[in-house]
Design a protein around this ligand. Structure first.
Ligand SMILES: NC(=O)c1ccc[n+]([C@@H]2O[C@H](COP(=O)([O-])OP(=O)(O)OC[C@H]3O[C@@H](n4cnc5c(N)ncnc54)[C@H](OP(=O)(O)O)[C@@H]3O)[C@@H](O)[C@H]2O)c1
Length: 330
């Protein structure tokens, strides 16, 4: 495994996403315990040290399973746990309350506390910043991260931090969703934020999966588009053959070549080794160019600016909270 920096933290160039553990939309709620232990155990064996979860994944189940799995494997201090409080947490009080729940479920303070998506349009960005800063100052988390903040809101919230600086920005980024390259990623890099790429495989489409199997995949237009994009699938196949690799590994290696950290998820322990080995693939410049060309249209297809999850900003936070809470998380 290769390692890189996320602010002051040393993290593997490939992380692991834990949305798939205990999730309603991935069909694993209430039934993930055994394989989640194996997935995390395998990832630790492979040298993966960055683990991403969130309070809304299975409404706490993913955090609980990750905490159990890390303890069962006797994971060391070098493991970096990143969790997220929902974007409906918009005040100091609600953020602190949420983080205390996460700490309990994880059995440790998270290393990175991320705000999952920007607050609703009527809320104040600076209230969010205060809550995140205070959580770290109270020892409930070690560092601050942001997620799904488009460029304008990222600039706005960065202006609000006075005592601490966020270390990371987690965004949707893959070969079939390249809008962040236009403005957001250059801004994040200029402001010293490490970029974590969620959905690095477009939920399996970039690994070659053609048919949606789960609610998470069915509801994702990027999955639909990428799974039918013959030109992109062929480019992945061509490059994969050259490196004796799989399409998934090439899709992950492309993200690494772009300077971001992919956090692929899975419900199958055997995939973890495949993901981890993407860290040893160094794509040549001509192969990165080939993949860039085959995916150029995704620089604008979903909008020039970052739009993922921005529709949530139109819904008042209590309604967001109630809808997600009573659905049992996502
Ligand atoms: N910040 C945010 O708003 C946000 C949003 C979404 C996700 N995330 C994070 O990002 C992580 C990963 O993103 P993601 O959940 O969107 O998924 P992803 O990593 O893009 O794709 C993962 C899925 O691809 C499937 N897959 C991989 N190789 C395959 C193959 N050869 N054939 C068929 N299917 C294959 C896996 O299916 P199996 O399960 O069958 O292995 C897996 O569930 C999440 O776990 C979460 O931590 C963050």
């Amino acid at each position: 495994m290769e390692y890189t920096r996320l602010g002051p933290l040393r993290v593997s160039v490939v992380g692991l996403g834990l949305w798939q553990a205990g999730s309603r939309l991935w069909g694993t709620k209430g039934s993930a315990r055994n394989w989640a232990l194996r997935v995390v155990g395998e990832a630790l064996d492979q040298g993966v040290n960055l683990y991403d979860t969130a309070e809304i994944y299975g409404w706490g189940e993913s955090e609980r399973l990750l905490g159990q799995a890390l303890r069962a494997a006797g994971a060391g201090d070098d493991v970096i746990v990143a969790t997220k409080v929902g974007g409906f947490r918009t005040t100091r009080y609600t953020i602190l309350k949420a983080v205390k729940g996460s700490v309990k479920r994880l059995g440790r303070p998270p290393d990175i506390l991320q705000h999952h998506w920007p607050p609703p349009i009527h809320s104040r960005l600076c209230w969010v910043a205060r809550g995140l800063e205070e959580a770290v100052e109270k020892g409930l988390a070690h560092y601050i991260g942001l997620s799904n903040y488009p460029a304008r809101l990222l600039e706005g919230i960065l202006y609000c931090f006075h005592r601490l600086e966020p270390v990371s920005l987690q965004i949707q980024y893959n070969l079939a969703y390249r809008s962040p390259e236009n403005k957001l990623i250059p801004l994040a890099h200029r402001r010293g934020l490490g970029v974590i790429a969620w959905s690095p495989l477009a939920k399996g489409a970039l690994a070659g999966l053609r048919r949606a199997q789960t609610g998470a995949q069915k509801g994702d237009p990027v999955f639909r588009e990428a799974s039918r994009d013959e030109r992109l699938q062929e480019a992945l196949e061509t490059v994969a053959k050259r490196y004796g690799a799989t399409k998934a590994q090439v899709a992950l290696a492309w993200i690494i070549a772009k300077g971001a950290i992919p956090i692929p998820g899975t419900r199958k322990p055997e995939r973890v080794r495949e993901y981890a080995h993407a860290s040893s693939i160094r794509l040549s410049k001509s192969d990165v160019d080939l993949l860039d060309k085959a995916s150029t249209r995704y620089l604008y297809k979903w909008g020039r600016c970052y739009r993922s999850l921005q529709w949530l900003r139109l819904i008042p936070s209590p309604l967001q909270y109630l809808a997600i809470r009573f659905a049992g998380g996502v």
